[in-house]
Ligand binder design. Structure first.
Ligand code: MCA
Ligand code: AMP
Length: 514
């Protein structure tokens, strides 16, 4: 049997001198490649000592730290399935994910241990560890007793490596099952496509609960043996101050908008930088152009999903093997990556001619295995000939550049985080006195797009918009809370009785005057 464990491929790319720095933190701590090798061995040994069943899920809801990165790598190394959870998630959200995934191990912060462990034990989890930002907690205490030698567990390319929950248009989250093969193929493709070179240093500024920060950024650096400057939390001033020591930056558009607001961002500050990459949400052409003017660098925009990792990318440079063009075109997401088959289909299922707008469908070694324990949902999202329906609407021009023009799924992308209106509406509709609600996305200068809730009441009821938002805040992750709420007499409907969200979007589009 071949050894396809992703960790082994990442480990094989570590530099030959393991004593050099692999990760440098905001606090000035330095972790060598040897530290990563040994600490992941210790945590992997701890996991293996628990006698967990094959395919066990390891759910982790902790703040970003190098130890959280070690936890991820150790889970791969030990052959288990990593399940990252955003630290903004609250009780109801965690209850759903843990209940659905039934992890054998849960890792949370000490501060959340009481409520998280209660949920976990109820769901049958046997082991709950703590891991804090200051490198304390039972996980590291227990791992410290383990050997720092460990042989990575044998995995096949088709074995699960991670489950990433992505909300559904019905409001119920689905766990996207990604394999070792999915992630390794994507990492190798991007290493080549983005021209990673010896000596590259990545500023890691994103959270590590989602594809962008966890896979694209971490795998990108590790598979190139590149050092990471590890920011526990994004701060535009600090990010700019790291640029003289770095060469690559990856961010959601909001990070670029925030750095542009800093006077320190100029050509001198980015002199050492090789590449700026953006994704997870549409990059406004204004941001793209302003960045070009201020820094002399052209942001490379790419497009992906939790279910597929990266799908398309603007070119790094002219390369005859891949792209016909070397130009990074603002407003487009570039070309399908090598190995990715991307097509645009019409409503009746036929392939559309060049330039026409339709549903984006994809196929490739990076496309996930299906939704965790949802075979019907999985079947619905694939075409008969094996293409995954992305839910994004776009077109491909005559030169092959892909442009995303919208989404068929009702989704708001706020600061790079996905917010599903159906989930929020469900909570609002359950509130006392509320008849119904509609949550729509409107433009926002910082987050790109934010949610606005429009609510109607039951006859005789009196509910204040502030109390709707306060009640939501008590239940849901903070980034999902609509930024404004309006109580109105009725929602606009079409002749079929369907709420016309487009009219609401139009009505409220100037609220945050972009
Ligand atoms: C924070 N807030 C937000 C968001 N983030 N509101 C809307 N959208 C957001 N994204 C609100 C909080 O609710 C809070 O409000 C206030 O801002 C301050 O919170 P704080 O956590 O301090 O905010 P921040 O540190 O300024 O965070 C902004 C951020 C963060 C750095 C842009 O949202 C972020 O890291 N976004 C990146 C997300 C990401 O990595 N996405 C990749 C997904 P209040 O005080 O009222 O409570 S992967 C993906 O999409 C695909 C696969 C792909 O292609 O990559
Ligand atoms: P997620 O569910 O977090 O994986 O989000 C994936 C979605 O983010 C995609 O289906 C797109 O709608 C959106 N997305 C990612 N990158 C881009 C981009 N560069 N431009 C526009 N939308 C994007």
């Amino acid at each position: 049997m071949t050894q396809d464990n992703l960790f082994v491929a990442l480990r094989a790319s570590f530099p030959s001198d393991l004593k050099t720095v692999a990760v440098q933190t905001d606090e000035g701590l330095q972790y060598s490649w040897l530290d990563l090798e040994r600490s992941t061995a210790m945590v992997a040994n701890l996991l293996q000592s628990l006698g967990l069943p094959e395919g066990s899920r390891v759910a982790v809801q902790v703040e970003k730290s190098v130890e959280a990165l070690i936890m991820y790598l150790a889970t791969l190394r030990a052959g288990y399935v990593f399940l990252p959870l955003n630290t903004a998630y609250q009780t109801a959200e965690i209850e759903y994910f843990i209940g659905n995934a039934e992890p054998a191990v849960v890792v949370c912060s000490g501060a959340n241990f009481a409520w998280v462990s209660k949920i976990a034990f109820k769901a049958g989890t046997q082991h709950v560890f703590t891991l804090n930002e200051d490198r304390t907690g039972s996980l590291l205490d227990r791992a410290a007793l383990q050997s720092d030698r460990h042989t990575p567990v044998q995995r096949r390319a088709d074995d699960l490596a991670a489950i990433l929950y992505t909300s559904g248009t019905t409001g119920r989250s689905k766990g996207a099952m990604l394999t070792h093969g999915n992630m390794l193929s994507n990492a190798l493709t991007l290493k080549d496509y983005w021209g990673w070179e010896k000596g590259d240093v990545l500023i890691h500024a994103l959270p590590i609960f989602h594809v962008h920060g966890l896979f694209v950024a971490i795998h990108g650096a590790l598979i190139n043996g590149s050092k990471m400057i590890w920011m526990a939390k994004f701060d535009p001033k600090r990010a700019i101050s790291y640029m003289p020591q770095a060469t690559v930056f990856m961010g959601v558009p909001t990070l670029y908008v925030r750095m542009l607001a800093e006077p320190a961002l100029d050509k001198a500050a980015v002199k050492n930088m090789r590449l700026f990459i953006a994704g997870s949400a549409p990059l406004l052409i204004e941001t793209f152009t302003e960045w070009q003017e201020r820094t002399g660098h052209t942001i490379l925009e790419r497009y992906g999903m939790s279910e597929t990792a990266m799908l398309t990318s603007n070119p790094y440079a002219a390369d005859k093997r891949y792209a016909k063009q070397s130009e990074r075109r603002g407003g487009t997401v570039g070309f399908p990556l090598p190995g990715v088959d991307l097509r645009v289909h019409g409503d009746d299922g036929q392939k559309l001619p060049v330039g026409e707008i339709g549903a984006i469908q994809v196929k490739g070694p990076n496309v996930f295995k299906g939704y965790w324990r949802m075979p019907e949902k999985t079947a619905e999202e694939f075409t008969a000939d094996g293409f995954f329906k992305t839910g994004d609407v776009g077109k491909v021009d005559e030169r092959g550049y892909v442009t995303i023009v919208g989404r068929s799924k009702d989704l708001i992308i706020s600061g790079g985080y996905n917010v599903y209106p159906a989930e929020i509406e469900g909570y609002i509709n359950d509130m006392k006195g509320v008849a119904e609600s509609a949550v729509v996305g409107v433009p926002h200068p910082d987050f790109g797009e934010v949610g606005v809730a429009v609510v109607t009441l039951k006859p005789g009821a009196s509910v204040q918009p502030e109390s709707v938002l306060a009640e939501l805040k008590a239940k849901l992750a903070n980034f999902k809370i609509p930024k404004r709420c309006f109580v109105v007499p009725e929602l606009p409907r079409n002749t079929m009785g369907k709420v016309q969200k487009n009219l609401l979007r139009e009505k409220y589009k100037g609220l945050f005057s972009v």
